[in-house]
Design a protein around this ligand. Sequence first.
Ligand code: GAR
Length: 219
Amino acid sequence: MAEAKRRTAVLISGRGSNLAALIAATKGESYPAEIALVVSDKPDAAGLAYARQAKIPASVVERRPAAAKTEFEERLDGELKEAGVELICLAGFMRLLSGEFVERWRDRMLNIHPSLLPLFPGLHTHQQALAAGVKVHGATVHFVRAEMDSGPIIAQGAVPVLPGDTPDRLAARVLRVEHRIYPLALGLVAGGRAKVIGERVTIEGARAVPRATLLSPSD
Ligand code: GAR
């Protein structure tokens, strides 16, 4: 009998292209995760359409004006419990979660960030990369820790910075690798191959991983 797939929630705030990439990956028969729930903190997030198309249950959990963060997180927790969620993927979820929430999901919550962390945490990462003059840029999937855009790194994808790049052109190139490394990273975690040891991720049987994570300039 095939092993049970890990029930995963994807949290979004906007466009949802990483959600779409994860949905596509979970269609693979041997992929070890399934998307049990999509949650958006914005009722008009375009990405909710991907959940509808794929017939995945989706909820909107808004932070009510003036309500405490804990109230928002309690409702979020309720949705996650009800759906029997084991893993969370933050995919363009633009809200900082409390230290308590992050600890509850320690090593079970992933985030994707559009830079080669620990370089360029925060917003406007492509502008930051251009301003710094780096020649290689990229994206990172990591386990979430309380400090923003930090935590053990599971996968990274690199792209070249080319002459004449604008933040938008660079963002588009990075996004293509995001769509490859997020499914890769979730697969490693859900399949039990990515282990956090001493705040670093060790990948079991990882011969193929470096090739999959560091992409060539032609990608
Ligand atoms: C992605 O580029 C993701 O890396 C970024 O938001 C975008 C969401 O796009 N996340 C962050 O900046 C988090 N710090 P998407 O909604 O199309 O997946």
